[in-house]
Design a protein around this ligand. Structure first.
Ligand SMILES: [Zn+2]
Length: 138
């Protein structure tokens, strides 16, 4: 089942960083929507989602299945803003600890999970320094 992500009274925005590209406010996996809403509520950190099922991603990406999203801003600042490091770390830790997470890629944590099995993927950090990529198992 797919649904739109709840914006939680503005804590979550869905704005494409390319103003000419389509809106990322598209239906996604309800498990992914629930997971991201929970992490935003528990950390109380606002996010901008700049990609969901649209855009260009690697060929077997979870994005094409409505199970992944990208975040380019956290607490009003870019992910690669050095003054935002502590917030980005807290947010990534909350995502990585969520039971439904499949992928959590970014500047601090790069893991892929299948069930309880966790694979460390430090090689993927280089492609996720300016955004967080988050996907859910279903
Ligand atoms: Zn992504």
């Amino acid at each position: 089942m797919r649904r739109h992500i709840n914006t939680l009274n503005g804590l979550i925005t869905l704005i494409n960083d390319d103003p000419l590209a389509p809106s990322p406010d598209l239906p996604v996996s309800s498990v992914l929507a629930q997971m991201i809403e929970t992490v935003v509520k528990t950390t109380n950190l606002s996010i901008n989602i700049n990609s969901t099922t649209g855009g260009v991603h690697s060929p077997r990406s979870f994005h094409y299945h409505g199970q992944a999203l990208d975040i380019n801003r956290l607490d009003g600042k870019r992910i690669d803003d050095v003054s935002n490091g502590a917030n980005v770390q807290v947010f990534q830790q909350a995502v990585a600890a969520h039971i439904d997470v499949a992928e959590c890629f970014g500047p601090f944590i790069n893991i892929r999970k299948r069930g309880a099995q966790v694979e460390q993927r430090p090689d993927l950090r280089i492609r996720h320094v300016n955004h967080l990529h988050i996907s859910s198992q279903t």
